[in-house]
Design a protein around this ligand. Structure first.
Ligand SMILES: [Zn+2]
Length: 247
């Protein structure tokens, strides 16, 4: 294992199987998140036989309101994998009642993960950091990874106290909010992600096998050596996935 992509939508690339093969050849351990439970079986298939790709069962917060059955479809899938995501809260376009549904779904997911002994959970939050952190703070058996975090410094500090990790991507290295967050993450909480194919790097979609290409930008923002950042990310990931759950 050389690199970590803690949040990648492998299934949404043109050729997911080629992407997965590239994860193996570049030794990039990749959490292949999904946006709906109905997409999980396909991601499991993409990950089959791959040493460095794991399928995560998810339900994207922006899809929660339109898919009222999805939570009941998601919960049994969590029994089949150590990885859960993308789940979370997104208040940008949500009405108050949709926000409430999102919170209820996240609460049930986290509770289910805890009942199963803990999971590695990749969390999306937009304009909802305080509520999301409150909902995951008690999840002592799971490892919570805040993906593309954009909350306030106060919220970030609260997340650190709650034991969360942060997966950062190249888009964050280009914005002032992203840079502020990257600089504030403690050494033992830092992870990398691409959020491919949604994130662009130098005008092109970022692939999981390209993590090495943006490690220097993260290191620069943190004022650390690229090699040091690379090895702390590996160490943090190893620690995060060492939980009792199905491989
Ligand atoms: Zn995503």
């Amino acid at each position: 294992m050389k690199y970590i992509d803690a949040h990648c939508h492998l299934d949404l690339f043109r050729d997911p199987y080629a992407e997965a093969a590239a994860c193996d050849s570049s030794q990039t351990y990749t959490i292949a998140v999904t946006n709906l439970p109905s997409a999980f079986a396909n991601s499991e298939h993409i990950a089959t036989g791959r040493r460095f790709v794991r399928a995560a069962a998810g339900l994207h917060p922006e899809l929660v309101a339109q898919h009222p059955q999805a939570l009941e479809q998601l919960l049994p899938l969590i029994g089949r994998t150590k990885y859960v995501g993308e789940v979370g809260l997104d208040y940008v376009k949500a009405t108050p009642s949709e926000r409430q549904i999102q919170r209820r779904v996240l609460e049930r997911v986290v509770e289910h993960c805890e009942n199963l002994g803990g999971r590695v959970i990749s969390i999306h939050t937009r304009r909802a950091a305080d509520d999301a952190i409150e909902l995951v703070a008690g999840a002592a058996r799971s490892k919570v990874i805040l993906h593309w975090f954009s909350g306030s410094p106060k919220a970030a500090a609260r997340a650190v106290t709650a034991g969360c990790l942060f997966s950062v991507n190249p888009a964050m290295t280009r914005s002032s909010t992203g840079q502020r967050i990257i600089a504030a993450i403690p050494d033992d909480r830092l992870l990398t992600e691409t959020d491919g194919p949604f994130v662009k790097h130098e005008g092109r979609e970022v692939h999981a096998f390209q993590v090495a290409s943006f490690l220097p930008a993260i290191a620069r923002v943190r004022g650390q050596a690229t090699e040091a950042v690379g090895s702390m990310v590996l160490e943090n990931f190893r620690r995060a996935v060492t939980i009792e759950a199905p491989a």
